[in-house]
Design a protein around this ligand. Structure first.
Ligand SMILES: *[C@@H]1O[C@H](CO)[C@@H](O)[C@H](O)[C@H]1NC(C)=O
Ligand SMILES: *[C@@H]1O[C@H](CO)[C@@H](O)[C@H](O)[C@H]1NC(C)=O
Ligand SMILES: *[C@@H]1O[C@H](CO)[C@@H](O)[C@H](O)[C@H]1NC(C)=O
Length: 368
């Protein structure tokens, strides 16, 4: 009985509570936290890669066709990312700007910034393969951004902005999909489990310097003053359309091996985070699960208001992403709202909305 009630509480009341908090807050027009800083890969990149010499970009149509003013900002989506919805849910009236955008200066950074770069990951070499910004450099940019904050807001205001801010991290996906699975220098040397262990050590170093012997980082989030951190899990990598096409050996169902790798990584992510929490006073660190909600959408689309989960909207929907998803792609759907995936690797805006609702419920302890 007891158990049943607490399950009910967790499943139904917590999200409701989160929404009530959000609604109350929005009516006060005051965000729940002072700022939002974002790190990671294409799941959260809002245009940093536009400034780079890389083929991993999305700043052209049809990307962004359902975004404000139909603008292709560099987001790997037809519209908003899950992190955009999260910013709205937290009461922000604008999204943290891409840090590399040259027009972003001083006062623009008071509510946070976005350092993410598509094709980046916990393993610095992943970003280097694709000319993206490694996490080590994203931390350098954050350090630089903190110096600017001190200039515009003063040391004590800057410190409270940083310690009160939510730091959102999304990485690991490209380490597998755009590196490990296609790179014999890795997959002939390490099992997926061993590669996960390496990634997890780099993750731990990103939060705090735990494994200095393999560290490529000058800084870490904890030492830079971050105290509220949300880290997304790996998605069901075997269910994204391009993964089924490339690794599914002519089958139309999710690639079990890739999903197993993701779940295994996610377990390690959880236990390492628990140990970080035990060792770092004052830290709030939450793992934000996107595996389960996305898996639900893919395996039961119609129960969730979607009709297509195998094919993405862009092009044939089987592989196209980045430069291969462009205005000349043949077959792009007219309306992405009932597609789980926008391109071969990335969820549509409507799927991101569902993911974001789960994120706010899971991340509630970061705003209390
Ligand atoms: C710090 O914040 C307070 C309250 O928002 C503000 O009045 C003050 O001007 C800020 N200090 C600086 C140096 O900007
Ligand atoms: C790890 O997983 C457990 C069980 O799902 C959960 O209660 C806990 O909050 C997770 N740890 C973190 C740091 O999110
Ligand atoms: C797409 O379809 C949904 C309903 O499925 C509808 O609400 C929406 O207006 C459509 N969007 C466009 C751009 O036609």
């Amino acid at each position: 009985m007891e158990n049943h009630h607490s399950r009910y509480y967790l499943t139904f009341l917590l999200p409701v509570l989160a929404l009530v908090v959000v609604v109350l807050n929005v009516s006060n027009a005051q965000p729940l936290v002072p700022a939002l800083f974002i790190f990671g890969d294409s799941v959260v990149d809002v245009g940093n890669n536009n400034q780079l010499h890389t083929i991993v970009k999305a700043n052209f149509p049809p990307y962004g066709r359902d975004f404000k003013n139909h603008r292709s900002t560099g987001r790997f989506c037809n519209g908003k990312l899950a992190s955009d919805f999260t910013a709205e849910n937290l009461g922000f009236t604008s999204y943290p700007p891409p840090y590399l955008n040259l027009r972003v200066k001083g006062n623009n950074l008071l509510n946070g910034a976005n350092f993410a770069s598509a094709a980046s990951g916990y393993y610095d070499f992943t970003a280097k393969l694709w000319d993206a910004i490694p996490l080590s450099q994203q931390l350098e940019h954050y350090k630089e951004c903190q110096n600017i904050l001190v200039e515009v807001a003063g040391q004590s205001n800057a410190s409270s902005i940083i310690s009160g801010a939510i730091h959102l991290v999304s990485a690991g996906n490209s380490d597998f999909i755009q590196n490990y699975y296609i790179n014999p220098l890795l997959n002939k040397v390490y099992t997926a489990d061993q590669f996960s262990d390496i990634l997890i050590q780099h993750y731990a170093n990103f939060i705090q310097a735990c494994f200095p012997h393999i560290s490529t980082l000058q800084h870490n989030l904890y030492a830079l003053g971050a105290r509220r951190i949300g880290v997304t899990t790996l998605p069901p990598m075997g269910c994204v359309p391009a993964a089924i096409t490339l690794f599914g050996s002519d089958s139309n169902v999710c690639v079990a091996r890739l999903n197993t790798d993701a779940l295994n990584f996610n377990m390690k992510l959880n236990s390492t985070s628990e140990s970080l929490l035990r060792n770092l006073p004052g830290l709030k660190l939450v793992i934000l699960d996107i595996y389960q909600p996305l898996y639900e959408l893919v395996t039961k689309p119609s129960e969730n208001g979607f009709f297509e989960a195998r094919k993405a909207c862009c092009g044939t929907g089987l592989v196209e992403t980045a430069i291969l998803c462009n205005k000349d792609s043949i077959g792009t759907c007219a309306n992405a709202s009932e597609y789980v995936f926008w391109d071969g690797f990335h969820p549509s805006e409507s799927a991101n909305k569902v993911l974001a609702d789960d994120l706010i419920a899971a991340g509630i302890s970061l705003i209390s």
